[in-house]
Write a new protein. Structure first.
Length: 319
């Protein structure tokens, strides 16, 4: 059955982007425990639309160019054989891409169309991060807190991509796992907590909002297992992926929302060795994935709807 395309989706765009960058980084070892890192990066970007038959693009051709220098500095302190503490400060720079500048996003998979904006300015940011990494005999923990302050933040309104005054994003990231003795069982967790505040500015009906379109909590937790089956190694991972609800409040006061969701999943693999001999090279791997076992319907904000109950199966053979 032929796919029905809207006329908006059939226009032709001849566009290009050239990016060149140079960076310099140095590491200074203060002592056996402390390491300082400092760096700089210069990025030059040129974007051009040479032809389009889309009548909504005015003028029919456009060109943008920009160069920007950013710096970063970090410190890593090894407190012990198992504990490492780190801190980092950096600047960020993002030039708008071709879709945001010249092409726009067509309607697809239930997502609204968004027009381009050739007048977009590059987005700049400042970031601070501090964290620790603990790697014991059985337990592993990596945790960090971060703050990013962005200027000329690139966002979309219901019509097109725009620059807003800025955004402040703060959060926590955590990865943890624990190996239970010799059982081969390892429970684990990855978790991200984020709070984002958008600063639209006084020209908008909404000057500031904490509904920035990012779920407050998202992550994955599960249980991994592994062992030997007649000298063939097997692995199993049963896990749940989840996300909190998300709300994006636009500058004119309208909102897009998505509900929270969670899916149950399982993955398994078997590594087959030649003649079943320990120490022999693997000659094949079989793997099976079962996803969204409860067939939960969900759609993350500004993404296509998540897949329903599904299965993947494959093999890799070496010869």
């Amino acid at each position: 059955m032929p796919t029905l395309l809207l006329p908006w989706e059939r226009y032709r765009y001849d566009a290009s982007m050239l990016t060149a960058a140079a960076f310099l980084q140095d590491e200074i070892e203060i002592n056996r425990q402390s390491l300082l890192t400092a760096g700089a990066r210069y990025t030059l970007t040129r974007s051009e639309l040479t032809f389009t038959d889309d009548p909504s693009i005015i003028p029919p051709s456009g060109k943008t160019s920009d160069g920007h220098l950013v710096f970063s500095a970090g410190h890593v302190y090894r407190a012990s054989e198992t504990l490492v503490i780190r801190a980092n400060a950096s600047q960020g720079y993002r030039h708008p891409n071709l879709v945001e500048l010249f092409i726009g996003s067509p309607t697809h998979a239930g997502m609204p169309a968004r027009g381009p904006n050739p007048s977009l300015d590059p987005e700049t940011s400042y970031s601070l991060e501090a964290g620790l990494n603990y790697a014991g005999q059985r337990a592993f923990i990596d945790a960090s807190v971060f703050l990013t302050v962005s200027d000329d933040y690139i966002l979309y309104d219901p019509i097109q991509y725009v620059n807003i005054g800025g955004a402040k994003t703060a959060g926590v990231e955590l990865t943890a796992k624990y190996s239970i003795g010799t059982s081969g069982l390892t429970p684990y967790l990855t978790l991200t907590l984020i709070r984002q505040q958008l600063e639209y500015g006084s020209i908008f009906a909404v000057e500031s909002t904490t509904d920035g379109g990012t779920p407050f909590a998202a992550g994955r937790f599960g249980l991994r297992a592994g062992g030997q089956f007649y000298s063939h190694r097997w692995r199993f991972d049963g896990f749940c992926r989840f996300s909190d609800r998300a709300t994006l409040e636009y500058g004119e006061g309208t909102r897009d929302e998505s509900a929270g969701w969670a899916t149950l999943n399982a993955e398994a693999s078997l590594d087959i060795k030649a003649n079943g001999q320990t120490g022999a090279n693997e000659i094949a791997r079989l793997y099976l994935g079962l996803y969204n076992l409860t067939n939960r319907s969900y759609k993350p904000l500004d993404e296509i709807a998540g897949a329903g109950r599904s299965l993947t199966f494959g093999t890799r053979i070496e010869f």
